[in-house]
Design a protein around this ligand. Structure first.
Ligand code: SAM
Length: 428
């Protein structure tokens, strides 16, 4: 009999191939016709933005002057002003009844587990009552894994315990200035130089600026950045916060090595007296912080879609990390619950990820809202971010099927994202 010699002849998939295979299986059914264009964008070089550091040396920002760049945050601010002037009594103020968020189609997976074709045990057939009792299903280990994968990648929309607030007036802090090359232009930014002192700008995915814009940091806010390292969003928040006049910032991360990177980012962008005012902790974010914060950012660990398609080392899709990966959704839920518990009543929480996985995005918001509604006295509502994202439509392609949050889809003209962000308000 012919016996294939797997170990010698079959090439093993790389971790990046495993990740791509997983995305093809689970994202394609959700994103449908958009998937080929998202896929090619994910596999292409990402585009960055330069966020101006108001504490940096001006000589550094001069580096950027020779390019014709678009200040997309400034453009959104101008558009916002125009819209507000067009409607003096503000369309948002008039919108007393919450507008329903668009329902996403429940994701129907093409994948069926063989053991899910329910098998009825006729030996327990109750003659008179005519009841069939299903036998207990036994899943193979492989099927169990596939079930977990399906959980991690799709969710069924429900309305249990979900309250949606009427859209609020949008505010985009004038302190956030983010520059990009025009649509279709894939030029690279020069790296900021450090020899003149603090860096004049910070390069990051432009879509990562949006969760911070959604949190709407005011100078005197008390901010908790629960998963802060390496500090890109912390950098943006510090442009608006005033730590000398009432503002407070606590940056936490469970990884010591990443905390070190965060400290480097702080030291190389902000004067020492500001750095001294930032509290940095190295706790597991699953523990609750005293709820004295009115703004909480929880930028959770996730699939990291772009990273796993381009980096072979330390890749979450390597077989030895499967269990860790399948635990992600549970960790995300726990981190969001911890963020909500650490937020003062009346405050806001922004949850964000850099994955396209629906279950790690809307799925986590829904699961947490349901759980809090059923098991605690805490009351939370979703804030509709539509008015905000409408201001950024020139720059980003937003997914039209999200239910609670907003999602930037990578596209070749402006290859940003993926980024998902949802805003919650703690009511009780
Ligand atoms: N907000 C960061 C930024 O903008 O640069 C990126 C955060 S990254 C997506 C997720 C972070 O969560 C990682 O730095 C990781 O170390 C941290 N993390 C993972 N599990 C955590 C936990 N249980 N508690 C706190 N931080 C955690």
């Amino acid at each position: 009999r012919y016996k294939p010699k797997w170990a010698f002849h079959q090439k093993k998939d790389t971790n990046q191939q495993l990740a791509l295979g997983n995305f093809d299986a689970f994202y394609k059914p959700h994103y449908g016709n958009d998937w080929p264009s998202i896929r090619i964008s994910l596999l292409s070089l990402p585009k960055y933005c330069a966020v101006i550091n108001k504490y940096g040396k001006e000589s550094q920002t001069k580096l950027l002057k020779k390019f014709s760049l678009i200040n997309f945050t400034e453009n959104a601010r101008l558009l916002n002003e125009m819209k507000t002037q067009e409607m003096p009594d503000s369309k948002y103020a008039r919108n007393l009844a919450p507008e329903p968020l668009t329902n996403s189609e429940p994701v129907t997976e093409n994948l069926t587990l063989e053991s899910e074709v329910v098998d009825y045990d006729e030996s327990v057939h109750k003659d008179n009552l005519n009841i069939f009792v299903p036998t207990q299903q036994v899943y193979t280990e492989k099927e169990q894994m596939l079930k977990e994968e399906m959980k991690l990648n799709s969710f069924q929309a429900s309305d249990i315990g979900i309250k949606v607030l009427a859209p609020e007036a949008v505010n985009i802090s004038a302190d956030i200035e983010a520059l990009i090359f025009p649509s279709g232009n894939i030029s690279l930014f020069p790296h900021p130089k450090s020899k003149f002192g603090m860096y004049g700008f910070y390069l990051m995915d432009a879509a990562s600026v949006l969760p911070v814009v959604a949190l709407d940091i005011q100078p005197t806010d008390h901010v908790l950045d629960l998963c802060a390292a390496p500090g890109g969003k912390t950098f943006v928040m510090l442009q608006s916060l005033d730590l000398f006049h009432g503002g407070k910032l606590l940056c936490n991360d469970s990884s010591q090595s990443r905390i070190n990177r965060l400290k480097d980012v702080l030291r190389s962008h902000f004067p020492p007296d500001i750095v001294d005012q930032v509290t940095v902790t190295n706790f597991d974010g699953l523990q609750t912080f005293t709820p004295v914060y009115n703004k909480v950012l929880v930028d959770v660990p996730c699939n990291g879609d772009r990273y796993v398609l381009t980096e072979e080392d330390n890749n979450l899709f390597q077989i030895s990390r499967t269990h860790e990966r399948l635990k992600l959704m549970k960790t995300q839920k726990q981190l969001l619950i911890s963020a909500i518990k650490s937020c003062a009543v009346g405050g806001n929480i922004v949850y964000s990820t850099c994955t396209l996985s629906p279950a790690q995005n809307d799925g986590v918001i829904q699961a947490v809202m349901e759980e809090l509604w059923q098991m605690s006295h805490i009351e939370v509502a979703v804030v509709d971010l539509t008015p905000m994202t409408e201001l950024f439509q020139e720059t980003f392609k937003f997914h039209d099927k999200t239910r609670y949050g907003k999602q930037v889809l990578p596209n070749l003209l402006n290859n940003f994202g993926p980024t998902y962000f949802a805003k919650l308000k703690r009511i009780k």
